[in-house]
Ligand binder design. Sequence first.
Ligand SMILES: [Fe+2]
Length: 336
Amino acid sequence: MTTNQKPVYTGDIAEQHIDPSQEYSAERQEIDFSSDQHAIWADLFAGVHQSYLMDHICQEYKNGLALLELDPQQIPTVAHLNERITPRTGWRIERTRVRYTLADDWYKKFAQRTFLITDYLRTRDQMEFTPEPDMFHDIVGHLPYLTLEFYARIEDKFAPAYLKATQEEREVIKRLAWYSTEFGLVVENNRFKIFGAGIISGRAELANAIMEFYRLSRDTVIDYTGQVFEQLSEQFLSHKTDLYRIIDGVNELHRHGQMSSQDQGWNVVHSLYETLNISREGYFGGEVILAPFDVATIAHIPKTVYAFNPIFFVCESFEQMDELLDSYLKPIAARA
Ligand SMILES: [Fe+2]
């Protein structure tokens, strides 16, 4: 596959079937990247590695990033990643040609503590946004965490439940992963911090999350001198009916293919507020809505929206994330 091939994006990530004989073998995992690709990597890496952004990312991410010892100028080899990760948590990194691995295949690998990284890197014209997670997302978003026991433990929860779940439960499990490890937030030192790999590796998502932290205070929705999680929970409860109307509306639009690109997505959500007669102020005044991580609400989102995320869910702590994920996943994993 050449990297100048533009991905076709239709709102859902297209299934990609590849000839298994074309897949990377255990012995042949490394790629000779071009100098252009290393340069794109370096620019993406420098783009995230700014103190004004890193201040809003959780401490665990920064601990893991230091342990991963990435070269800011070079795409790392799989061998380097495994040297840094496997002795610490037992997880292994494996390269795949599949650009977006389907959940069934993904969780089979997860059960073996194997984390797949794609061989695709976004192109210059996709620096701001790529609907398909590329290797920058996989490596810089997820892998720092895989050096850490607590994250390995969180990732370890998904596969045993997924493999025993009904089809309906699998949809919920995918969304729980999406809104925690991909797009989750966590409270640290009484501040909202970014946790999810999808936010860290996506410039638009990162900017929207940080802007929202600021806006919540500016518009006196959250008073940062008080307990932030408590206030967020109160806001969520008093706006729950409208929030559910927005979720239903977003999913209705998604079903009709009206959110197949990022720009289009934001525009249709803005007009959705008008249609629903919800004024964009106070709790609903930002580009994203923050809500406490709530299994029932997440399960209510009938379709994972890939193009962009109008809601981010916040855990009070990593212990709480552990507990909430266990409350849904453990009983399923325990089935005979
Ligand atoms: Fe991801």
